[in-house]
Design a protein around this ligand. Structure first.
Ligand SMILES: Cc1cc2nc3c(=O)[nH]c(=O)nc-3n(C[C@H](O)[C@H](O)[C@H](O)COP(=O)(O)OP(=O)(O)OC[C@H]3O[C@@H](n4cnc5c(N)ncnc54)[C@H](O)[C@@H]3O)c2cc1C
Length: 397
């Protein structure tokens, strides 16, 4: 039984009875567009993309055409001038489609947001409009084999030679490492520590030294090209130093973390909600011992627990989204960390409980619940591992 359909006939989604306080009519229209995009342009290709470990370029172009890339970026830079809520709507619809192959968060939100935060107006004008149109894809390369959580120890170097910078080093776990044509690379321009880190834009077609050594085989998120990258004498012009300023890379990366962590929390809750819907659908049909699986009290209790946890998470993230949209009192670093840790841990627990109710079918690739679980595991690791975020939260206690 293929489970890609979005609802059992005649039954509404259980979460449709709740409306987030930040939703409005304009966002409803965006939701309709995004839902159609994921149903028609993404879901039918999901199996192929997982097998090849990247998505087809035309999908980015289509998303750009529909105005689904750069929804919250300023219009003066080619964006669509929306708010963070616009991004959230698209992320929720992606979760609803059980997809992680279309790299919305890294490609249409996270990496371009770093460009926006760091670049000079000229640099943003130069690279952002192409990203919004879906013609360019930007990767963000910070992590190294020996520098992950402790990113300030990164060793990739950039040395000035006249009007150029020469970058050497290696990067690990780079999302869109293969399919991107642009990459922001964090490199050391002076001494040890956070203050020596700068960010550079590498245009890959002009940088033969930017080499993808491997597309990594992952536990989940198989449709995303996550790569190991080597930088061998990669030469970039001085005007590709983001912000035209040395040593501000670490601070700019930190600035982007609040939104990035809140975003992980948003996708965690939206995916957990979807898992619950799929499971409700399944248990009400699955028959055993002369009744449905739903008729067992254990099933009702388990799903009631999952539903309650997802709702508690939803109310918390909605309050942070609302404040992000209002702008006057945006979420703090601690609040975003709390949301990321709690929501990613509950995403994992909820999907695991749901998968148990599918029995052996839940372990089969053909069932979306199987992908939801393996795709979810990384949420507790990236964007700041949950351990380092608990460390951050504890500093306020
Ligand atoms: C699928 C995927 C996609 C990714 N995409 C990108 C990308 O596009 N660009 C990019 O730059 N990076 C990317 N990353 C890297 C990701 O951000 C790192 O994996 C993450 O920062 C953790 O670093 P690490 O893997 O080196 O683990 P480590 O830093 O080695 O951590 C190992 C363990 O030590 C724990 N730990 C670390 N510090 C502490 C502490 N102070 N106290 C207690 N415990 C601690 C961690 O929580 C973790 O459990 C991606 C990773 C994956 C797997």
């Amino acid at each position: 039984m293929k489970q890609w359909r979005l609802a059992a006939p005649g039954r509404k989604f259980v979460f449709d009875n709740y409306r987030s306080p930040w939703m409005n009519e304009e966002l409803d229209m965006l939701r309709t567009t995004a839902r159609r995009f994921f149903e028609t342009e993404v879901v039918p290709h999901a199996d192929k993309w997982r097998r090849q470990h990247y998505i087809d370029k035309e999908v980015w172009l289509k998303a750009g055409e529909l105005g689904l890339v750069g929804v919250s970026f300023p219009e003066e830079y080619g964006g669509h001038g929306g708010t963070y809520a616009h991004d959230v709507v698209i992320m929720e619809e992606q979760a609803r489609a059980c997809d992680t192959s279309f790299g919305y968060v890294p490609g249409a939100f996270g990496a371009p947001m770093t460009l926006l935060l760091t670049g000079t107006p000229e640099q943003i004008h130069r690279w952002l409009p192409g990203i919004v149109r879906g013609e360019s894809l930007l990767a963000f390369c910070a992590t190294e084999p020996d520098a992950g959580t402790d990113i300030k120890t990164l060793r990739t170097s950039a040395r000035r030679e006249g009007d150029e910078w020469v970058i050497n080093g290696s990067k690990m776990f780079i999302t869109h490492g293969l399919r991107s044509n642009l990459a922001i690379v964090a490199a050391r321009t002076s001494g040890p520590g956070a203050k020596g880190i700068s960010l550079f834009m590498v245009e890959k077609d002009k940088a033969p030294g930017f080499k993808v050594s491997k597309v990594l085989e992952k536990m989940g998120q198989h449709g995303l090209d996550t790569c190991e990258v080597f930088l061998e004498d990669v030469r970039v012009p001085h005007e590709n130093l983001l912000g035209m300023q040395e040593g501000n890379g670490f601070g700019k990366m930190m600035d982007s973390f609040v939104k990035e962590r809140l975003t992980i929390a948003v996708t965690a809750i939206a995916t957990a909600e979807r898992a619950i819907e799929l499971t409700l659908d399944y248990v009400k049909q699955r028959k055993m011992f002369n009744q449905t699986l739903w008729d067992f009290q254990n099933t009702k209790f388990k799903l009631a627990e999952c539903f309650s946890q997802a709702r508690i998470g939803r109310v918390y993230i909605d309050s942070l989204i609302q404040r992000m949209v209002d702008g006057a009192n945006p979420p703090t670093a601690e609040e975003a960390a709390i949301a990321k840790v709690w929501c990613s841990e509950h995403q994992w627990k909820i999907i695991d409980e749901c998968l148990q109710l599918f029995g052996g079918y839940g372990y089969m690739q053909e069932y979306p619940i199987c992908h939801l679980l393996t795709d979810a595991r990384i949420q507790r690791l990236y964007g700041g591992s949950n351990e380092i975020l608990k460390e951050l939260i504890s500093r306020k206690l």
